[in-house]
Design a protein around this ligand. Structure first.
Ligand SMILES: C[S@@+](CC[C@H](N)C(=O)[O-])C[C@H]1O[C@@H](n2cnc3c(N)ncnc32)[C@H](O)[C@@H]1O
Length: 310
């Protein structure tokens, strides 16, 4: 089985959670802002206040801890749980798939064009724990599938699942031996690395991932990822894109200070993605709407689009 995804060009150097690399706007902000002196001054002022302020009435240690832990009103409140900065939820499919058969409703949309996948080489960007990738490869008889995710733990889970399926598979079967999961950041450290990309996939899936690339790597990172997708597709290849709407970004901007800054810097909106993907800067020849999954939660009713490389 030929897994030709260029592992050399796979970006396994992840940026620290609070310092995304890709945003020039962010770098500029860091270089020019001067938070420290302000912070020190405020601390000094606070100290002098303590010296002169009247003592508060005595309180129980429990009550005092509660009061001290309460965030002040004038500071932004960030979600302390920085584990899911990339949308790398551990139980994503448990939340998304609500029916008892564990059937992902997006498979019904993909099933409207099964020939897109049959005997094709697929890349699934942001594969999470691999549930949907495995289903797609099996159900549509793909030639091979590479799943890539920025979260090492999720990739390990996906590899464990494939390992178990291999133990159960009849000898000589193609599936699941044609599935492979890799850890890495799809966004490259430098655009110059795009120069060594070559066409190696027939289909690239990018489902519910654009928001996370966008919030962590800004407009520049997402545009680079789109260009990389185009370069990795063979002529006639398809990008299957399920972008999140911009409304859904807002809720996530409290995840961290970096993500809030990145969110504020975004100018490239999801409704502009088709125009960009079809522009000479990327190069796709056409776009069609594959369908909108009939999910019972409005937030998961995201259009699935197909972009074709001529
Ligand atoms: C919301 S989940 C979607 C999972 C899957 N694509 C689906 O639709 O069922 C987003 C996934 O993208 C991954 N991800 C986010 N940014 C990424 C990046 N820059 N490179 C690779 N994976 C990324 C996250 O770790 C997470 O597993």
């Amino acid at each position: 089985m030929d897994f030709t995804m260029d592992v050399e060009n796979n970006n396994t150097q992840l940026p620290p959670a609070n310092a995304p690399e890709k945003c020039p706007e962010k770098r500029k902000a860091t270089a020019t802002s001067d938070d420290k002196p302000v912070e020190i001054k405020r601390l000094k002022e606070d100290c002098s206040d303590v010296a002169t302020a009247p003592r508060p009435p005595p309180q129980s240690p429990k009550k005092r801890l509660q009061l001290e832990g309460k965030p002040s009103n004038n500071k932004p409140k960030y979600n302390k749980d920085l584990n899911f900065l990339y949308g790398n939820y551990k139980h994503y499919y448990g939340k998304r798939i609500l029916d008892k058969d564990f059937h992902d409703i997006r498979l019904d949309v993909l099933a409207t064009q099964p020939e897109l996948f049959r005997d094709k080489q697929l890349l699934d960007i942001g594969c999470n724990s691999g549930h949907l990738s495995i289903e797609i490869c099996k159900k549509f008889n793909a030639k091979s599938l590479v799943g890539l995710d920025i979260d090492r733990g999720l990739v390990k889970d996906a590899q464990t699942t494939i390992g178990s399926l291999k133990r159960l598979a009849p000898p000589g079967s193609t599936f699941p031996y044609n599935v492979k999961f890799l850890h890495g950041n799809y966004v490259l450290d430098d655009d110059v690395l795009l120069e060594i990309e070559r066409p190696q996939f027939d289909v690239i899936l990018c489902l519910s991932v654009t928001k996370w690339i966008h919030l962590n790597f800004c407009d520049a990172g997402l545009k680079q990822a789109f260009r990389r997708m185009f370069l990795q597709l063979r002529p006639g290849g398809k990008l299957i894109l399920e972008p999140q709407s911009f409304d859904g970004y807002k809720r996530r901007k409290r995840l961290s200070e970096s993500i809030r800054d990145n969110y504020n810097s975004i100018k490239f909106r999801p409704d502009q993605f088709p125009e960009y993907l079809l522009s000479p800067e990327v190069g796709f020849a056409s776009m069609e709407l594959m369908g909108i999954p009939e999910h019972c939660k409005t937030g998961f009713k995201r259009p699935i689009q197909i972009f074709t490389k001529a």
